[in-house]
Design a protein around this ligand. Structure first.
Ligand code: F6P
Length: 347
């Protein structure tokens, strides 16, 4: 059954930003405008829904934003289920604004709230966006490929110093509890090794690799370490915990470097990439995928398919119940990890 009765939709972007969100926004705005459907951006994710802060999006407004990173409607990590009375305010504001359906673009937290709002009776469509690429049931999330490209570019710029100074270089990347950013970057870089959260870090093995490699004549190296990797005694936790209960990660590589030094007397240099990997202009593949996500969103609006996340499988948009997408996080398989590790160990 069609849902042509929807004349206005709301769009929010939640959680950590990335480089290709504006590509998605531009495309969905153009597609909806051509259908005569108005689209209002919610400022700053669920915060804007609670506080009744919207901005009209038109094709003229979004013209040109595809070249820019971040999100033009802004984001936050607001969890309405942690704020008293917030959910009722959201329901009231959506009714007041005559919003017929809500598009929620973000990661597991944003989509988790979207699912709960769908259960409250709102017409919701989810779209996966996170550099972590850890959402289930989709090949890719908006932002992932651009972040990998940023990581590869930055890491490549450190190799010259690693070579000239005969240093071992650890590049620490984001990804929270998933190792996809580290895996794809390590493969693209031809890294000597990688450590990811899915499997306990074996630092004896890493120290041994460095020694064998140096003995064989290669006196520099590149190791990709995911921020969420587990090592004994590693201080992963910094001070903050966000509204969804996530610890702020970052800096584990300094501890790893110290442990390696204690084992073999060589202290790797550490580069924590931080927000540089999430910023800047989108890479073409990410920008292209964003248009596919937007096409899938339009189809769902027209066909009245709500409570689903638009996933991408084999570069085609497919629907997945949001409940299935957020039932856990997507993790790197043992096989894929071992493959990447084996490519670096040729000594
Ligand atoms: O979820 C995306 C992500 O970039 C993670 O990789 C990282 O751990 C986290 O966000 C950082 O969060 P914040 O932007 O709140 O510091």
């Amino acid at each position: 059954m069609g849902n042509s009765d929807i004349k206005k939709v709301g769009l929010l972007t939640g959680g950590g930003d990335s480089s290709a969100i504006n590509d998605y926004i531009r495309t969905i705005v153009i597609l909806l405008e051509k259908q005569g459907i108005k689209i209002h951006g919610v400022k700053g994710s669920y915060k804007g829904l609670i506080e009744d802060e919207f901005m009209e999006l038109t094709s003229k407004f979004v013209d040109g934003i595809q070249c820019t990173g971040g999100t033009c409607i802004k984001t936050s990590r607001t969890n309405p289920y942690k704020i008293e009375g917030a959910v009722q305010k959201i329901i009231n504001n959506i009714e007041k604004q005559n919003i017929g359906a809500l598009i929620c673009v973000g990661g597991n937290d944003t989509l988790g709230v979207a699912l709960k709002l769908a259960e409250e009776g709102l017409k919701v469509i989810g779209v996966p966006q996170t550099i972590d690429n850890d959402i289930m049931e989709t090949d890719y999330c908006i932002g992932f490929h651009s972040a990998v490209e940023n990581i590869v570019k930055c890491a490549n710029m450190t190799i010259t110093s690693a070579y000239s100074h005969e240093r071992e270089m650890i590049i620490e990347v984001m990804g929270r509890d998933s190792g996809f950013l580290a895996l794809n970057s390590a493969l693209a870089l031809g890294a000597d090794s990688l450590l990811i959260p899915e499997f306990p870090a074996d630092l004896d093995k890493l120290a041994d690799l460095i020694q064998r490699k140096r003995k064989a004549g290669k006196k520099h190296g590149l190791y990709v370490v995911a921020e969420g990797v587990q090592i004994q005694g590693g201080k992963q936790i910094q001070d903050d915990i966000d509204a969804f209960g996530h610890k702020k990660l970052g800096g584990i590589s300094y501890t790893i470097a110290e442990i390696i030094e204690s084992k073999i007397g060589i202290k790797p240099n550490v580069v924590v990439l931080g927000y540089t990997q999430r910023g800047g202009t989108p890479c073409p593949y990410d920008a292209y995928l964003s248009t596919i996500f937007a096409k899938g969103t339009l189809d769902n609006l027209i066909n009245g398919k709500f409570g689903y996340m638009v996933a991408v499988k084999n570069e085609k948009p497919v629907n997945v119940p949001i409940a299935d997408a957020v039932k856990g996080i997507r993790l790197v398989s043992r096989e894929d990890y071992d493959f990447a590790v084996s490519l670096g160990d040729i000594w």
